[in-house]
Design a binder for this molecule. Structure first.
Ligand code: SF4
Length: 356
């Protein structure tokens, strides 16, 4: 059961309450490199990103971000690190939120001007702590307590200024610590929680660590938006992984999901290359009805094994067997398969979907 938090606006979205668990990604490009930044934003939005966090290291980044704000309706979160003046500029120019790290901000009094501009503009503050930057005064404590205390101090300070459009995150590099700190935040505060594991790493190792931490918390009903931190040069993959986690837990549905059998000696064709081709083709495919398509290696076991799929393709000596919910519909050649699948998807759209 989802733990219901207070609702906090973030641009045109609302975070918390019973709103969807939003997918966030982080820009890799400098926002001042307008073309590259715009391309990245369009690609990541197509992949399903709903909130875009952007590092703002200098004035050029502020200007790029402001430019992008005019063109995109996706909520933008400016990560200002320790430069509060850059944060104030971003807020003045209409950026939806600033991310503040309690570990790099220094004395709390310095936040006064930023808080008052953020208040005035109706923008949001995400407090984002992580184990890599625990404030000195808490550094003697064990890491979970230190993170928690630094967050609590910041929350108390913002509340003392009557500021409550707050989203909280506190990330560790360790799965167990991340789970523990978020459980504490959940028990202690009513503000929505942005989940993630920091410095998860590259490739499947990063995916596994993030999935364990974020997945465990989501299963406990904790979390209102998620970001999967992966080391690579493109935020599309972290967006796809975030969606995979949400889909796997039946928390959200979106687009076409490809599932497939592991293959074995009974396979009658190249499952691996067909899965790759379908995944690539359908990753950008517009559909109003989220669907699951199964790719199975043989017609004898495949349709039955993938009975839960809305549609499926199974290899057979006679061609590709198309099926729906375990029932065989027709046999087609490889060249007709995409067209036939698209027709079947459109039929399902007419029948109506189950977008949560
Ligand atoms: S569907 Fe067929 S090929 Fe795939 S794992 Fe099952 S038995 Fe093997």
């Amino acid at each position: 059961m989802r733990k219901i938090k207070q609702v906090v606006p973030l641009g045109n979205l609302k975070v918390g309450g019973e709103n969807p668990i939003w997918v966030e990604a982080m820009a890799r490009n400098h926002p001042g490199d307008l073309q590259a930044f715009a391309r990245e934003l369009i690609e990541v939005q197509k992949a399903g990103c709903e909130i875009f966090r952007v590092a703002v290291p200098d004035q050029r980044a502020v200007e790029g971000l402001a430019e992008m704000k005019k063109k995109s309706n996706m909520p933008l979160v400016a990560d200002i690190h320790f430069n509060l003046e850059l944060g104030i500029k971003c807020i003045k120019l209409g950026v939806d939120a600033v991310r503040i790290n309690p570990g790099t901000i220094g004395s709390l009094g310095k936040l006064d001007r930023l808080i008052s501009f953020t208040q005035e503009k109706g923008s949001t503050i995400r407090l984002g702590a992580n184990t890599g930057s625990i404030p000195k005064k808490f550094s003697e404590k064990e890491r979970v307590s230190a993170l928690f205390d630094s967050m609590e101090e910041m929350v108390n300070f913002l509340e003392s200024k009557k500021f409550n459009r707050i989203i909280l995150s506190a990330k560790s590099t360790e799965v167990e610590e991340t789970i523990e700190i978020y459980r504490k935040l959940d028990q202690s505060f009513s503000y929505p929680l942005h989940l993630g594991l920091t410095e998860a790493g590259e490739g499947w190792e990063g995916v596994v660590k993030s999935s364990l931490a974020v997945g465990t918390l989501l299963r406990e009903g904790i979390g209102d938006n998620i970001r999967i931190s992966l080391t690579n040069d493109n935020p599309v993959q972290e967006t796809q992984v975030a969606w995979s986690i949400l889909r796997s837990l039946n928390l959200r549905k979106r687009g076409i999901e490809i599932i497939s059998c592991p293959t074995c000696a009974r396979k009658k064709g190249n499952v691996v290359s067909l899965v790759k081709a379908l995944r690539e083709f359908f990753s950008w495919f517009p559909t109003s009805t989220p669907l699951k398509i199964a790719v199975m290696g043989c017609e004898v076991n495949g349709p039955g094994e993938a009975r839960e799929a809305d549609l499926g393709v199974a290899f057979s000596p006679r061609g590709l067997v198309l099926f729906s919910q375990g029932e065989i519909l027709k046999i087609v050649g490889p060249e007709e398969m995409f067209i036939e699948l698209i027709k079947l998807i459109r039929d399902k759209e007419v029948e109506g979907g189950t977008e949560p």
